[in-house]
Ligand binder design. Sequence first.
Ligand code: AMP
Ligand code: DBH
Length: 540
Amino acid sequence: MTRRPPTLFPSDVARRYRAAGYWTEDTLAGMLPESARRFGDAEALVGVDHAGRPVRMTYIELDNAAATVACGLRARGIGRGQRVVLQLPNIVDYVTVLFALFRIGAIPVFALPAHRRSELLHFVRVSEATVLITTARIGAFDHRSLAAEVASESPIEVIVVDDGPIGHVPGETGGGPVEVAAESLAFLQLSGGTTGVPKLIPRSHADYLYSVRESAAICGLGPDTRYLVVLPAAHNFPMSSPGILGVLSSGGTVVLGLEPTPYSAFPLIERERVTMTSLVPPMAMLWLQARPDSSADLSSLRVLQVGGAKFPAEAAGRVGPVLGCRLQQVFGMAEGLVNYTRDDDPDEIVCGTQGRPISPADEIRILDDDGAPVADGEPGHLHTRGPYTIRGYLGGVDAESFDVDGFYRTGDIVRRLPSGHLVVEGRAKDQINRGGEKIAAEEVENHLIAHPSVVDAVVVPVADRFLGERTCAVILADAPAPSLPDVRAFVRGRGVADYKVPDRVEIVEEFPTTGVGKISRRDLRRAVADMVSRRDEEKR
Ligand code: AMP
Ligand code: DBH
């Protein structure tokens, strides 16, 4: 199959990053074999497999396991450049399959366990994937049937990891990792997005590994690190900030947990002497709440990373006293830029900011609505460019997401302190951040409008004490207006991730309009959001 590779970085820019030493010849295909050489019998991975069996692997064992799976994938005709949608929970199979895909030069497309028919079909179509790798079930949900449904609508080979080992081809040793160009496409990550359909993010080996290497250094990872993964392993945060890849390139141990709840994670921290983990704010809040009632020994925990959504300063201040570890705030995006608070930052910086960029080559612009730089310390739109921030999504460079100078328009409103630390003040993009899970308003609106009695719909965030934000669908309806359960069942029936199903419904007679009578959807969302929050205030 011939497919034009996506545009990654302009060649003069690439030359600069190479010359500066940010980009090297290292690839994700060679990463695990290299770690196996360096760290050999050290413990690499602890977790359960698809059948719930406990597994422990050294670096050599993990590399061998990945090589075996690679051999099995090759035997099925899967190889270089082929796009493979990967939808697995935090089980050891995820890690072996991931490194097997890298080893053969295939391009993983990262789906989350929460994704359903609508999202998976979209990923398959946009990425031109030919294979979907999944598991029989995650929790109570039947992923085998989901995969079959996807395959019936778009021709794709489905591999269910429960159906016997992928590897073990008699007489095959599999051979070493393929040679891939460090600056070529390594995988497709997902964007939270703001449009009708989620966008795919093309990342190269060189740009991603630069961010992983620097992240590992910033976080002081080494052979003593025992990193617990309870966020979905395929999410950019636990994958690379510094995450699974950072740990596995530093000789530490990755401990996979199936659940982020204190009930399930605390005993795992005690048993595995976990030193570091990452959470989204609502989970961190639950941990803070649960800690006083738990007798688990968490004394091994040195760092708790919190990111994905704004962590309120008040909660941030309680991490040290309550959990007995250091907080690190992480403000990142799958598109690139990642900010960390540093170990030697004073407490007020660690609690009151979302960190500063990884790289001296990360370019930050903070602009007013007209695109002019704001005065120092004033809030504005964050635009960024740098050695690990994409220059376009898969399928092209859209002017809404990238400015004329190639800066990514993050959609975040930030303020910069003299120290370079950023404080996230808000958001300009039409997205709801539901406890770290990003929801594009337009995507949900498109589903709502398909409802027979919905004339028009606008999806807005409403403030929530626990999740930060929840979604409210504001609906202009034909009689009879649909109820909340109707709306939820309808959206769920369209095959979308559960977290996108509206939490609340408001039926309105008309949408607010401006004096001119003509308003953009974006203005409308803002006006409706104001209306909903005013109504909430009045109720109180
Ligand atoms: P995505 O583009 O889907 O990877 O999501 C990245 C977005 O998540 C950022 O642009 C922010 O809007 C949000 N985000 C991530 N980390 C933080 C944080 N620590 N504080 C506030 N917002 C965050
Ligand atoms: O929210 C994110 O996408 C995110 C948060 C923290 C991220 O991609 C990251 C760190 O790398």
